[in-house]
Design a protein around this ligand. Sequence first.
Ligand SMILES: [Zn+2]
Length: 115
Amino acid sequence: MYCKNCGKEIDDKAVICVHCGVRTGNDSASLTNTMAIIGLICAFVFAPLGLVFGILGLKFANRNGGCGKGMSIAAIALSAIFCASVLIPIIIAVIAVSLESAAATVAVSSLSVIA
Ligand SMILES: [Zn+2]
């Protein structure tokens, strides 16, 4: 068979053209975006990893005719939401603690002024 993109002769069973790297269409049913699936699972288990795999899945999708693109975007979005839901309370806690210690420092220094 011939590649529909570059027109060069390639193996009949080839999944990706060895000359230009474009998918041949042989695999439309069998090709799965593993990165996107892992990303989607990781989004629920460990969000930062889901974000990484989601981005990898999106790169894979862009190289393979959009295969699993929606899933990759879902993985990135879910991971971002989960990351935010974990990070925001931590950031607020850190700010609260630092404000509290700043208030304590002010209180201590004003006490020493009085003393
Ligand atoms: Zn080609």
